[in-house]
Design a binder for this molecule. Structure first.
Ligand code: MG
Ligand code: MG
Length: 249
């Protein structure tokens, strides 16, 4: 069932989304060689709770931490770990959910740890650009397929691949609502976008193969070839005034 949001609910999500955006600044500032992924988790959880909000992911489907922290070839759902120490040249995808005022928002970014190689920097740039293209397609009258097509076009032009095993989603009253928002698609296909839809658009982009596998911890999804992967995500409201990004300052 589609759960459309009122203007008032979208305003509440924007408040939670601002907390989430600030939590990302805290994460960005904490990312450094020698820090563990658990350290980053603590910084983010403390920040979210200091604002009177709750980290959405903690306990969701049994997930044990507040953020997903996915390093290098890890695509998504990495579990923060005291033994996982960041090193210069790594990248870390930090995925954060915030529950505030009865509503969830969801946003991810991939951060470099110190200097990174040129191709990986380009991976980050192309992935973020594909998110921007996807968000620009989130307008009334377009279809879900237009978003995926916009994302995939930017990724293909950049010479990288889009993960197909995982998708974006509606978000709000629950972390995962209908509809699914794939990062690939055909124009004018899929559900028509309507005002009040709030969706998480989240390209996951790989340097090598689009194929994935899941580690023995049953959570961490990695690239099948071990090459780097990036993840950028925003929560966006479809409105009469065009797409409104709720998780950006
Ligand atoms: Mg997310
Ligand atoms: Mg999401």
């Amino acid at each position: 069932m589609l759960q459309l949001k009122s203007a008032r609910e979208i305003e509440t999500m924007a408040v939670g989304g601002r907390i989430l955006a600030e939590a990302h600044l805290a994460a960005r500032d904490a990312v450094a060689a020698g820090m563990s992924t658990w350290d980053i988790d603590q910084v983010v959880e403390d920040f979210i709770r200091s604002k009177g909000a709750v980290p959405s992911f903690k306990g969701l489907y049994g997930f044990p931490a507040s953020i997903c922290a996915s390093v290098n070839e890890e695509i998504v759902h990495g579990i923060p770990n005291k033994k996982k120490i960041l090193r210069d040249g790594d990248i870390i995808s930090v995925d954060i959910g915030v529950f505030f005022g009865g509503l969830h928002t969801d946003s991810a970014r991939t951060y470099p740890v110190g200097p990174i190689d040129a191709e990986t920097q380009r991976l980050l740039d192309v992935t973020e650009a594909s998110l921007v293209a996807g968000m620009q397609a989130a307008v009334i009258g377009n279809h879900v397929g237009d978003i995926g097509h916009a994302v995939e076009s930017v990724v293909k032009a950049g010479g990288f691949t889009v993960v197909r095993d995982l998708v974006g989603h509606g978000v709000g009253h629950m972390m995962h609502e209908e509809p699914q928002i794939p990062n690939h698609g055909k124009p004018k296909r899929g559900m028509r976008l309507v005002a009040g839809l709030t969706i998480a658009i989240e390209p996951m982009v790989n340097i090598g193969t689009e194929k994935t596998r899941t580690l023995g911890d049953k959570w961490t999804v990695v690239t099948a070839d071990g090459k780097n992967s990036a993840h950028f995500e925003h929560t966006v409201a479809v409105t009469e005034d065009g797409p409104v990004v709720l998780t950006r300052l």
